[in-house]
Design a protein around this ligand. Sequence first.
Ligand SMILES: [Zn+2]
Ligand SMILES: [Zn+2]
Length: 107
Amino acid sequence: MVTTDYRWTDRAYDLLEAQELTVKPHNEDTAPCFVVSGRCPRCDHHLVDRQVTVALTGMAGASRGSNGDPQEAVVLDVTCGCGTAHQDAPTGVTGCGVSFRIELTAE
Ligand SMILES: [Zn+2]
Ligand SMILES: [Zn+2]
């Protein structure tokens, strides 16, 4: 079963737009991280995923800000951890097993 599929990323984007999925910055002592919470794009259960991130600056093909500097983008690879047992999920995961990507661009 394929759980890493662009359509989940696409669906996650829609959920973000609809505010059904939120990403909140959360500063740990060591590294900045983000807490992703809301509806799983695949199983619709509530998931919370804490992501330690690396900010990627000046990636190839990254959009540029109005001042010409490369914009900072943060990429989060989220795995569903809804905590509900799914019969078709890979063993050892706490959710349906879907992985999707959220890309944030610094304002
Ligand atoms: Zn799920
Ligand atoms: Zn689920």
